[in-house]
Design a protein around this ligand. Structure first.
Ligand code: SAM
Length: 269
């Protein structure tokens, strides 16, 4: 079993954890098993982001048809290929943010114990990609998990909250103590799942998500300040009326419905 303190300590004695890649390894096999059960489906491929030493990979192989794992660290990549020889596992060396996801033509589940420094870009990458997404299950720092379900008006509410809400039911599956990692990080973590709630329409989403990001371009400014250079003022006035909102509100006050109404009115969809 890879998720085991003696094994992880022994390997890390040889390799050393690289802070720049956000390396903290799971050492509790029960937790890893639970995450894999939430993340995987028996007849489906699982894509794993950041397999590291392979603790989660090993369990994903147990509960999935096969696993494609993307690892940025060459040392981990070599180690993983050596420690988990399985024809159902493909390990790719490289930055997941640059991976070619167009090769996937079937529905896939995605999981990962995400490196902290790159959590938000990875989530944006995933939800804005053309992947035919099944469920996404990720372990993130606890406060990032809280941010994903931040309510309208709160400091943490932003473009990611709206995009996620549009596409998924978000569930905080479990909290995970910092004690089950080696080396031990300074914060606790949470496992979050994202289950799709609508048919994807990538062409619509591309425009809509760009619009959502424009609304939040400068968080301290009013909504109108963020939009006024992008659309004719008459169109904006009409769109505010249709959506029933004041031009002077801050972007954090925008609900998903307001964003959709505004966007559709501006694009006359
Ligand atoms: N999955 C392992 C576990 O749970 O024990 C390791 C998790 S560790 C928090 C994050 C892993 O992601 C590390 O192995 C790190 O090298 C890898 N990683 C960091 N940035 C990455 C990136 N941009 N693309 C792919 N892997 C990355």
């Amino acid at each position: 079993m890879i998720a085991n303190i003696n094994h992880v300590k022994q390997v890390m004695g040889e390799l050393r954890a690289k802070k720049k890649f956000g390396q903290n390894f799971l050492i509790d096999a029960n937790i890893v098993d639970r995450i894999a059960q939430i993340a995987c489906e028996k007849e489906r491929k699982t894509i794993e982001i950041g397999p590291g030493l392979g603790a989660l990979t090993e369990m994903c192989l147990k509960y999935s048809r096969d696993v494609d794992a993307y690892e940025i660290d060459p040392d981990m990549y070599e180690r993983l290929k050596n420690d988990l020889p399985d024809e159902r596992l493909k390990v790719y060396l490289g930055d997941f943010l640059k991976a070619d996801l167009s090769v996937y033509r079937e529905k896939v589940n995605v999981c990962g114990n995400l490196p902290y420094y790159v959590t938000t870009p990875i989530l944006f990458r995933l939800i804005e990609s053309d992947l035919d997404l099944g469920k996404i299950t990720v372990m993130v720092q606890k406060e990032v998990g809280d941010r994903l379900s931040a309510p309208v008006g709160s400091e943490d509410y932003g473009a990611l909250s709206i995009e996620v809400q549009y596409l998924f039911e978000v569930k905080q599956e479990m909290n995970v103590s910092r004690k089950v990692f080696y080396p031990e990080p300074n914060v606790d973590s949470a496992v979050i799942s994202f289950t799709p709630i609508r048919e994807r329409d990538h062409a619509f989403e591309k425009g809509f998500f760009e619009f959502v990001k424009s609304c939040f371009r400068m968080r301290r400014k009013t909504l109108n300040n963020n939009l006024k250079d992008l659309f004719p003022s008459e169109d904006l006035k009409k769109a505010y009326e249709t959506a029933g909102i004041e031009a002077s509100i801050r972007p954090q006050q925008l609900t998903l419905k307001m964003c959709l109404d505004l966007y559709r009115s501006l694009k006359q969809i």
